[in-house]
Design a protein around this ligand. Structure first.
Ligand SMILES: [Zn+2]
Length: 299
């Protein structure tokens, strides 16, 4: 089922606010009286969504909001209506609720509220692949190399929490071409289910342009064992996208790129069965369906 299908099944997100610690006898804690919704309204596992939270009462510029979920900080922006908005990355694995902790502060006092956000479960395809044995069973030296490269990617993702939001327009596809493999597909390598496909694959001839999905800073240009030639873009406010298996890279670390700018070409570097673009998105350390970026709209 595509992201668009999920959106048409739009349901209002009902949230359960649980009291955090002892409840004051005089008044319910401020954080319990917040209105909280997500966009899209039906949040599914393995996606990034907007989390909107609006304290009760008149807009008050003395009020600030922060929070965390799945050990990732949230980056709330103040809105004109007195509410706040942050991106929220929802891990693929887990149950039908996702715990989010919100901290509402007036300067004088801080309320903490745990929120159990209702989340849907996505449906996944199954794919059978046959690859060269060197890739199906990496030797110990390759495994060490892979671990180091995974750590480099994670460092980029953590760094995005320290970058202000750099994008403003809606995200766009890195390729106009056909999607050949979707996020979350169960993968069988040489007959055994070993992993899930945690990105979106786009078709393309070698050298065909790969474009930045949104404005950001080139955080890493690498040549990895699995990902091949790869570009990671830091879009700020916790969000990163990555473009793998490239034939060429046309940007350098530290460059600012705009949405739609060509950053490289489709290739077959790294672990691939043929030329294609493998596109990923992360909120901090949480790898989400990059196609969910399109449903964020233009903030
Ligand atoms: Zn892929």
């Amino acid at each position: 089922m595509s992201r668009t299908d999920w959106a048409t099944m739009a349901l209002v997100v009902f949230l359960s606010l649980a009291a955090a610690g002892p409840v004051s006898a005089q008044a319910a804690p401020m954080a319990e009286r917040m209105t909280i919704v997500t966009v899209p309204s039906r949040a599914v596992r393995g996606s990034v969504v907007w989390l909107y939270a609006r304290p009760a009462g008149e807009p008050d510029t003395a009020v600030t909001l922060d929070g965390s979920a799945a050990e990732e900080p949230l980056h709330f922006e103040r809105l004109a209506d007195g509410g706040f908005r942050s991106l929220l990355g929802i891990p693929l694995e887990g149950g039908d609720t996702f715990p989010v902790t919100l901290r509402l502060s007036t300067g004088a006092a801080t309320d903490t509220a745990p929120v159990a956000l209702a989340v849907g479960q996505p449906e996944h395809a199954r794919e059978r692949l046959t690859v060269a044995p060197r890739y199906a069973e990496p030797d110990s030296a390759s495994r060490v190399r892979i671990e180091g490269e995974v750590a480099q990617g994670r460092a980029v993702s953590r760094g995005a929490h320290d970058t202000p939001r750099l994008w403003s327009g809606a995200f766009r596809r890195p390729r106009p071409s056909r999607v050949t493999s979707t996020y979350g597909a169960a993968r069988e390598f040489n007959g055994a289910v070993t992993s899930r496909h945690l990105g979106t694959d786009f078709s393309g001839r070698p050298g065909a342009p790969v474009r930045a999905a949104g404005r950001g800073v080139v955080a890493l240009v690498a040549n990895f064992y699995l990902a091949g030639r790869a570009v990671y873009l830091d879009h700020g406010a916790g969000l990163v996208t990555g473009y793998f298996h490239l034939s060429r890279v046309g940007v350098a670390t530290g460059d600012t790129v705009v949405a739609g700018q060509v950053i490289g070409g489709v290739g077959r570097s790294g672990r691939v069965t043929g030329p294609h673009l493998h596109w990923i998105a992360r909120y901090g350390g949480i790898t989400v369906d990059p196609m969910s970026l399109f449903e964020l709209g233009a903030p």
